[in-house]
Design a protein around this ligand. Structure first.
Ligand code: ATR
Length: 261
């Protein structure tokens, strides 16, 4: 995705993978300016650990307590988080709606991706935001944290049982799966078809497999369904914008991702 973007923009740089062990993270980040890096992406488990090596941390990364993008600026390291932009752009591109106009049910609010999505929903003032998580205490803690944000609308924690999930789904426009259920072909759908309906939007942050059991159930129920590839695309596009201070060539990046999947 990024190499396609660099080629389209005629930027002489490469996006590459580096194997960094936990004890190498801080020294590796420290070397970035001297080695001529423009920036890097980081993923689990380094999203939190890298915070300590940053000279500056942007507002989104501060809110989330995690970074996925580092920008090298004037030999200093700036930590950013583009995961929220990822879900926001994905919902707009897939369903033609902005998060701020949808009643959202988020499944898996306790994980890292769930936290980023919940924060973005609250920041965009979703009219209603329901946070469901198997470990209920995590949903409750996040609910309390978000409710304290000045932008907060109706935010509620939902216990992980059939009755509560069914009731929450019935009054939601958009359901987002941020659990890891669906990564394995043998996984059950996170929600059964009986809890989904036509006119609803269902977004699964999983993109491999491309059609999870949840998305298949959603389609069977007449709902519109989309997988997490677009979230990957838009968080990447936002990272590109951080690095180069110019709009990302989204369609070239999308084509590159489509070839991969
Ligand atoms: P991360 O995104 O930080 O890597 P994770 O450990 O992969 O997080 O888990 C992602 C989410 O999937 C969590 O919300 C997790 O629920 P818990 O907080 O209760 O652990 C959820 N999850 C994983 N397996 C699940 C299952 N079988 N049923 C329900 N939720 C599940």
């Amino acid at each position: 995705m990024h190499n396609a973007a660099l080629a389209v923009r005629g930027i002489e740089a490469r996006y590459a993978r580096f194997h960094i062990r936990p004890d190498e993270l801080a020294p590796a980040l420290g070397l970035l300016p001297a080695l001529g890096f423009i920036g890097v992406n980081l993923t689990v488990p380094y999203k939190l650990a890298a915070l300590a090596s940053m000279h500056e941390i942007d507002a989104a990364a501060q809110r989330l307590g995690a970074i996925n993008t580092v920008i090298v600026r004037d030999a200093q390291l700036v930590g950013a988080n583009t995961d929220g932009d990822g879900i926001s752009g994905a919902i707009r591109a897939e369903f033609g709606r902005s998060l701020g106009e949808l009643r959202v049910l988020l499944l898996g609010a306790g994980g890292g991706a769930g936290r980023a999505i919940a924060m973005q929903c609250a920041a965009e003032r979703c009219p209603e935001l329901r946070l469901a998580n198997r470990t209920f205490a995590k949903a409750e803690a996040l609910c309390a944290e978000l409710s304290a944000m000045p932008s907060a609308n109706v935010i509620a924690a939902v216990p992980w049982n059939e009755d509560e999930l069914g009731a929450a789904s019935a009054t939601s426009d958009l359901i987002i799966n941020a659990t890891s259920i669906g990564l394995r072909a043998t996984d059950p759908p996170v929600l059964p078809r009986s809890m989904l309906r036509a006119g609803q939007w269902v977004y699964d942050t999983i993109y491999n497999p491309t059609r999870t059991p949840l998305l298949l159930e959603a389609e069977a129920a007449g709902a519109r369904a989309a997988n997490g590839l677009s979230m990957l695309l838009f968080q990447g596009a936002r990272s590109f914008e951080h690095w180069f201070g110019a709009p990302a060539p989204v369609s070239a990046m999308r084509d590159a991702l489509a070839l991969m999947s």
